[in-house]
Design a protein. Structure first.
Length: 431
């Protein structure tokens, strides 16, 4: 309302001047000339003020010109907006400088790229880890400077839900982990971390487990052989020794199963990160073979096989898939009552091929479900030992699912049973 009031006041001033000019012109007999002089004077004044404003706009760092009336109000408003923008720009620049200083001090590499993949900024750690040079490389395409196939594919695909870990071509090789966050209009913040030590520790752990398991296999085989030999001649043994020998044989068998599962899990982990030639696995035939094999191993139990798919194939490792399904069905058999059936169902959804193994056992409390795939995790210690489980079955299933880009889903309710499902994406199968 203040601006409108100023406009009305300016209009009133103009009208008043024109009236005075008309009166003077009428007295001297030159009304038109008087009005023309007043209008030219008014227009000249406006043009002169406009020129001063334009000069100030060309040199905004200078002080604004003085003005009166509506021009004074406009200049005051423009100067206030300019100061506000300048202060906002200063605060923003301070924030950017603060963030850059923070990123610069990080041990992890950090760099900013725009929507075209051109480098905007990088810290010294990114220069060390990726071989960049800032500011010399500013404006260069990142993928032209960082030439690792896995990294290039990761950046081009644009799916940053999971971090990327890849090895460099240096000697000794380094392992880098990359995380990408998108912001603005296609701009990306890339964080690079050296995880070589973590990868080496994990590799050492895998090697240790594999070597120890391999070394245990031979003495366990010898012990089991002698125990079987002794028990096969039980009629020649004192009665007091038979039960201890049977318990020893049972625990020896359990240890052999544990060593076997550890070796198999180590093999799956060792090959998970390597490129392998996969075969086309007929899932219908695979499920049928698993069911038939376990029906022979558990003749007193009912295993139902429900197949709603005629023919379905996925790319994968047959032995690993067979092992995962067998573990799921065996778990269901061990942890459900004798008279209750266990079902294996193969079905399709819009975007996936699903294999479900369900039982009617005691069920699992909700707080245990997130940890079920951890190695040696036990919901009920006594029940697990009594069933002869090694505690590695679901860990094997989890690793097989990960290596086949499948989703493992666990649903359970106390007193109502459990259901484990593996979902293979449609892109990984050929029907």
């Amino acid at each position: 309302m203040r601006a409108v009031g100023r406009w009305y006041k300016e209009l009133q001033t103009l009208v008043l001047l024109l009236l005075i000019a008309a009166a003077i012109g009428w007295v001297i007999g030159a009304t038109a000339e008087a009005l023309t002089v007043v209008l030219l004077f008014f227009v000249f004044g406006y043009l002169w003020q406009l020129r001063r404003v334009l000069q100030w706009i060309d040199h905004p760092e200078s002080e604004p010109p003085e003005g009166s009336g509506i021009w004074g109000m406009m200049l005051d408003q423009m100067y206030a907006i300019q100061r506000h923008n300048r202060d906002a720009r200063s605060r923003l620049q301070h924030t950017v400088d603060y963030l850059r200083d923070s990123f610069r001090s990080l041990r992890d590499g950090a760099l900013l790229i725009d929507q075209k993949g051109l480098i905007e900024w990088s810290n010294s750690s990114a220069e060390y880890l990726l071989g960049l040079r800032y500011p010399q490389d500013k404006g260069q395409n990142l993928l032209s400077l960082v030439r690792y196939p896995e990294f290039s594919s990761y950046m081009i695909v644009g799916d940053y839900t999971e971090p990327l870990t890849f090895s460099t071509n240096d000697f000794p090789a380094r392992h880098l982990q990359v995380e990408v966050s998108s912001f603005g209009i296609g701009d990306r913040l890339i964080l690079v971390r050296d995880v070589t030590q973590l990868v080496q520790i994990e590799q050492t752990r895998q090697d240790f487990v594999g070597n120890v398991s391999h070394e245990l296999r031979t003495p366990l085989t010898v012990i089991s052989g002698y125990l079987d030999t002794l028990l096969s001649q039980s009629e020649m043994l004192p009665a007091a020794l038979i039960k201890p020998l049977e318990q020893m044989a049972q625990q020896s068998q359990r240890m052999e199963n544990l060593v076997r599962d550890l070796l198999w899990l180590s093999k799956i982990e060792a090959t998970a990160t390597k490129k392998r030639v996969r075969e086309q696995v007929n899932v219908v035939a695979l499920c049928g073979e698993v069911v038939e094999d376990l029906r022979g191993g558990y003749p007193s139990r009912t295993i139902e096989y429900k197949c709603a798919v005629r023919n379905a194939k996925i790319e994968g490792d047959y032995r690993e898939l067979f092992s995962a399904l067998s573990n799921l069905v065996v778990n269901a058999l061990k942890y459900s009552p004798e008279g209750k059936p266990v079902s294996l169902t193969l079905r399709e959804t819009e975007d996936a091929l699903c294999i479900e193994v369900c039982d009617q056992g005691l069920g699992i409390a909700e707080e245990h479900i997130p940890r079920l795939t951890e190695r040696f995790y036990r919901v009920d210690e006594s029940r697990s030992f009594a069933g002869g489980g090694t505690g590695l079955g679901l860990a094997i299933v989890k690793h097989v699912a990960a290596s086949h880009e499948a989703q493992l889903k666990i649903e359970s309710e106390l007193g109502a049973g459990s259901c484990f499902s593996l979902s293979f994406h449609r892109m990984n199968r050929d029907v």
